[in-house]
Design a protein around this ligand. Structure first.
Ligand SMILES: [Fe+2]
Ligand SMILES: [Fe+2]
Length: 220
């Protein structure tokens, strides 16, 4: 399937019937931001729309079902994956995207698969969807503010300035976007949250965080 434009409508319908309205609103917010970021970074906007709609299409699937589907597709599963099946909603959605919608575009498949845990050496589309999932307009500004500061390459700013309206009116062309630094900050924010909540940290998240740390420090 080369022409992703033809599957946008069925992809939207598929996702809409799989999730509750509140989740669908989150998904639409992610699509809005990933589309805007893709344009600013000269990436294919249709890839961003398709990846955005599919990223949480299986988020409300039971863990046991996600594990069963992953096994059907012979996906290698670690003990952490088996104990935290919900973390498979991205990788499994990526497998389903390939088989159900015949999506063969690796950037789109990776963007869907890696949106939750991140991954070392993500393609640009995966970075866009990962960041859009973290930064969509309904996220708490206390969580998103450090990520915005990194992405927009601002030394310091005023958190109060970052209202929903300010964020939705941002013109990314006015900024020197630092995507890798934003990924590192988002990984740090996510890991900090997991520590505070006493939740397990998947090794893939740690690997991604260390990769982007080294990249930002010019170590790799
Ligand atoms: Fe997700
Ligand atoms: Fe999401």
């Amino acid at each position: 399937m080369d022409n992703l434009e033809n599957i946008v409508k069925p992809v939207i319908e598929y996702t809409k019937k799989n999730v509750r309205p509140k989740r669908f609103q989150h998904i639409e917010n992610v699509v809005t931001l990933s589309h805007k970021l893709a344009l600013a970074l000269n990436l294919n906007p249709i890839e961003a729309i398709v990846s955005g709609y599919l990223h949480d299409s299986l988020k409300e699937e039971k863990s046991s079902n996600l594990i069963a589907i992953a096994k059907q597709y012979k996906m290698p599963l670690s003990d952490i994956d088996l104990a935290n099946g919900h973390l498979l909603h991205g990788p499994v959605a990526s497998l389903v995207a390939k088989s159900k919608f015949n999506i063969l575009n690796k950037d789109v498949l990776d963007a869907i698969a890696y949106h939750t845990l991140g991954h070392k050496a993500m393609c640009n589309m995966a970075k866009v969807v990962f960041l859009s999932d973290c930064l969509e307009e309904d996220r708490d500004i206390n969580y998103t503010y450090p990520i915005w500061i990194s992405l927009l390459n601002l030394g310091k700013s005023n958190k109060k300035k970052f209202t929903k309206k300010f964020i939705s009116n941002l013109n990314f062309n006015d900024y020197q976007l630092n995507v890798d630094k934003a990924i590192l900050t988002a990984c740090n924010q996510n890991i900090k949250y997991l520590i505070v909540e006493n939740k397990i940290i998947h090794p893939q998240s740690i690997e991604a965080r260390n990769y982007y740390l080294a990249k930002c420090l010019n170590l790799n």
